[in-house]
Write a protein that binds this ligand. Structure first.
Ligand code: THU
Length: 124
């Protein structure tokens, strides 16, 4: 059973910690692992702008480095409820597969979609 609200709250907390001095666009992500743990990510920006990394990929890469490799759901929070970018969709598809994705706002409003709706015919 996925506790959607818990996952969203965790992404909201992560969003507050984003390191985004150039865009001031905070993004928080939280990943539910197959053993019920929640791991977070937030966007980390660089002075050399393109080397910035999105919250979703920080969450997934951080999880992989910690030895987690099976994921049940992902929540993403932005101020306006934006969907993950194309690069993140690729990494989600490759490393998490077709999981539920909760796209939320800081007030906990969300829509639910999934990986293959966001990235049909993935290169995986
Ligand atoms: N960003 C994310 O963290 N996730 C996305 O899916 C799209 C964009 C970040 C990158 C950058 O720090 C800021 O949002 C503005 O583009």
């Amino acid at each position: 059973m996925i506790n959607k609200l818990k996952l969203i709250k965790s992404a909201i907390n992560a969003q507050k910690k984003a390191i985004c001095p150039y865009s001031n666009y905070n993004v928080g992500a939280s990943l539910l692992t197959n053993n019920g743990e929640i791991l977070i990510g937030f966007n980390i920006e660089s002075k050399a702008y393109p080397t910035t990394l999105c919250a979703e990929r920080v969450a997934i890469f951080s999880a992989l480095t910690q030895g987690y490799s099976k994921f049940e759901a992902l929540a993403v929070v932005t101020k306006d409820g934006a969907a993950p970018c194309g690069s993140c969709r690729q990494i989600i598809a490759e490393y998490a597969g077709d999981i539920p994705i909760l796209i939320a706002k800081p007030n906990e409003d969300y829509i639910e979609t999934n990986t293959f709706k966001l990235l049909p015919q993935p290169f995986i």
